[in-house]
Design a protein around this ligand. Sequence first.
Ligand SMILES: Cc1cc2nc3c(=O)[nH]c(=O)nc-3n(C[C@H](O)[C@H](O)[C@H](O)COP(=O)(O)O)c2cc1C
Length: 265
Amino acid sequence: MDLLDAIRSRRTTNGPFEDRPLDPAHVQTILEMAACAPSHFNSQPWRFVVIQDQTTRMQLAEIAGESMQKLMAGGRFWQRYRKYFRFSKQEVDQRGDGILIDNMPAILKPFAKYIFTERGGELMAKFQVPKVLGKDARKLVAGSPLILGITLDKSEYKPDDLSGMYSLLSLGAVMQTIWLTATSLGIGMQFISTPMEVEGQWEKITKLLQIPDEHSLMVLYRLGYIPQAADRPTIDWTSSQRKRTAALAYANRWDQPFEPAAKPD
Ligand SMILES: Cc1cc2nc3c(=O)[nH]c(=O)nc-3n(C[C@H](O)[C@H](O)[C@H](O)COP(=O)(O)O)c2cc1C
């Protein structure tokens, strides 16, 4: 796949993957490309935990499912992230950012706009939304042939130090390298972040994966081959829209808009 095509077609895979293991040659390619990513002073502060063992994946699925259910039931998620949610295609097109929940059981649709209110939270609980989302998350993680953990060396990743910021930039570079490589191989990815949001859950994973004290587990992704067609999760979102470059870039100074070049015919 051409690099520009990989960049354009890379997406978060919210749904299930094909029910087959990843080709070991593909896993090796992903790791080799990851190693090519830039880092401050070529420090390569990251390490990769490649989880394919069935037992560990099921344990992670359990933690992910439980975290999702707790997070949704707690109500804090909706309050904290409200500003990223869009409620219509029109709003999405106008703003060019955020995420649109465009798939949900018909019974919930009339209440979509109210999920951020106290009453909305009660309704969600009534319709067992946290339970449904928890079950979906558990199933999605359990059905992922590979889970990838990335750690940062704590002697580099010091949140109060400039090297901490450099380490995060390096982490971003390695993540995108992995994601583009995966895309070019027909492999999808999704961030498993809910255990980060619920007290104690990330620590459970860190212990399960036996991450040493010198490293910090930064991210967990699930990977697998993208199926031709798949059922969407019960409650699902899209976020492929992007802002126009003219809305993102300035020419020389902040007060001058960047004029996009005319596209070649
Ligand atoms: C720092 C970061 C955190 C993210 N957290 C999550 C997450 O918790 N769950 C998820 O499904 N996607 C997560 N994403 C993916 C974004 O939602 C996604 O990249 C964005 O909506 C654009 O959609 P796309 O990846 O399909 O282009 C995260 C991405 C980044 C860079």
